[in-house]
Design a protein around this ligand. Structure first.
Ligand SMILES: [Zn+2]
Length: 460
């Protein structure tokens, strides 16, 4: 075997040379100067009594060596996270280059108090820089520790409610910036500031749905930016209502006239299903989809009371179906479906002009499946009126209309047995009985007297 002047076999010499070369490359790579990072998942401004801090520590080159997170307050450093990570191997494997950090911060347990503090994060990598200490990424965030929830002072003294009806609560929240409103069982109705000059006074229109039992729980809640929640009870009484039962007889002539228009929306153009089976799909699935379209259009309401006085009812009209009527659909002597009617049907002469029931802004003016050509008006603070089965729409979205303006003409578009207006009212996302809003006495006792009383008191 050939030997060189060091007396080593040639393959061994090559191996040592390669190892030296490799080590040099490894050492040079490990001298990288890239700063490791710690990025918070969400910016932190305020933390409540408990908070989950989440963030990503990362170093794309030599990998993470240590992640250290503290809260500094009153000259004291409270370590809330400190973890070290092993270096990668010779070929750079196994180094941790990205790590999700999730820490529960319990303000009491850590010994922090309400007030300003500094969140400090530091990350080191496995670089040989800094005489082996590695590169360091450091950041400070000013935070506010706030463990006290806002307080709520309910200003409206009584809330006499009807099942399927609406109510108004007015209350003062001790601090600004809260998410507040009235909770009725599972439904939350947001409160709005802006009606009174005091920005801490909020008004919330809310609804007791036709499905809700008179024992439903109601309260006002306010959640501050730190996540602290305050709940305050309301004085209320819910009158239970018996809703009418209606039988709707479905004829073949009705099916032939009404069903083909929906086949496209149901992807049933080529289906061999019978018309009555198609009707059931329209009545269930398209009804639900249509109601969701309306509820979505009600998600944004202006913090402005557009409306004034009682709502108008379609002139010279007769009531054909009531609010929350429990309908049984019957075909050839059998009940084939059950649905609840969420508006009032009003019939006048065919193609009667439909007036805007009150001042408002057009939130929707389009074809909505079973309701046909539909207009939805936003009257502000979460209150809406809806007009369905129109033959013609005379307004466009975002247009501001006055009480009595003609917004369209009655018709029988959508799923309708004949020319009529389907009139509905919505509070938040819940259909309510329009009769209350047609009644000047109900409006006086349940809305305007309450608003005026607080305006007059002037203590706010
Ligand atoms: Zn109707």
């Amino acid at each position: 075997m050939a030997k060189n002047k060091f007396g080593l076999a040639k393959p061994l010499y090559i191996l040592i040379a390669l190892l030296l070369c490799g080590s040099a490359v490894f050492f040079i790579l490990r001298l990288e100067g890239e700063t490791p990072l710690f990025q918070l998942e969400n910016p932190i401004h305020t933390i409540g009594s408990s908070y989950t801090l989440k963030g990503w520590a990362s170093d794309q080159k030599s990998g993470l060596r240590r992640v250290w997170i503290t809260i500094f307050q009153g000259g004291k450093e409270k370590i809330i996270f400190d973890q070290t990570f092993p270096p990668g191997g010779f070929f750079g494997g196994d180094a941790v280059q990205k790590q999700l950090v999730s820490v529960e911060i319990n303000v009491d347990a850590i010994g922090l108090s309400d007030g300003e503090a500094l969140l400090r994060t530091a990350v080191w990598d496995h670089s040989y820089r800094g005489w082996g200490a590695g590169n360091q990424g450091y950041a400070e965030h000013k935070i506010l520790i706030d463990t006290r929830p806002a307080t709520i002072d309910v200003l409206t003294r009584s809330h006499n409610l009807n099942q399927g009806g609406a109510g108004l609560a007015i209350y003062r929240v001790s601090e600004p910036g809260t998410v507040n409103g009235v909770q009725v069982a599972d439904n939350f109705f947001p409160g709005y500031a802006g009606f009174f000059s005091d920005p801490n006074i909020c008004i919330a229109f809310f609804a007791v749905s036709h499905k809700q039992a008179p024992k439903s729980q109601l309260y006002v809640s306010a959640t501050d930016p730190a996540g602290n929640v305050c709940r305050t009870g309301l004085a209320y009484y819910i009158n239970s209502k018996n809703f009418k039962q209606d039988n709707i007889i479905i004829s073949d002539a009705f099916l032939r006239r009404n069903i083909p228009q929906f086949e496209h929306a149901l992807n049933m153009e080529n289906s061999s299903a019978s018309l009555i089976d198609k009707f059931i799909v329209v009545n269930r699935d398209l009804r639900r989809a249509s109601n969701i379209t309306l509820e979505n259009a009600c998600k944004k309401s202006e913090p402005k009371k557009y409306w004034e006085g009682p709502f108008l009812r379609l002139p010279h009209s007769a009531r054909r179906a009531g609010f929350a009527a429990h309908r049984k659909y019957r075909y050839k002597g059998k009940t084939i479906d059950k649905q609840v009617h969420l508006g009032i049907d009003l019939a006048a002469t065919a193609h009667s002009p439909v007036p805007a029931a009150n001042n408002g802004r057009v939130a929707l003016a389009e074809y909505v499946n079973i309701y046909g050509k539909t207009v939805l008006l936003d009257h502000g603070f979460g209150l809406f009126s809806m007009y369905g089965h129109l033959s013609r729409i005379e307004v466009a979205r975002n247009q501001v209309v006055s009480k009595g303006d003609v917004i369209g003409f009655t018709g029988s578009t959508g799923l309708a047995g004949g020319d009529h207006l389907h009139y509905a009212m919505i509070v938040g996302h819940t259909f309510v009985n329009p009769i209350e809003w047609w009644d000047p006495n109900w409006i006086k006792h349940n809305v305007t007297d309450k608003l005026n009383e607080i305006k007059r008191a002037k203590v706010y």
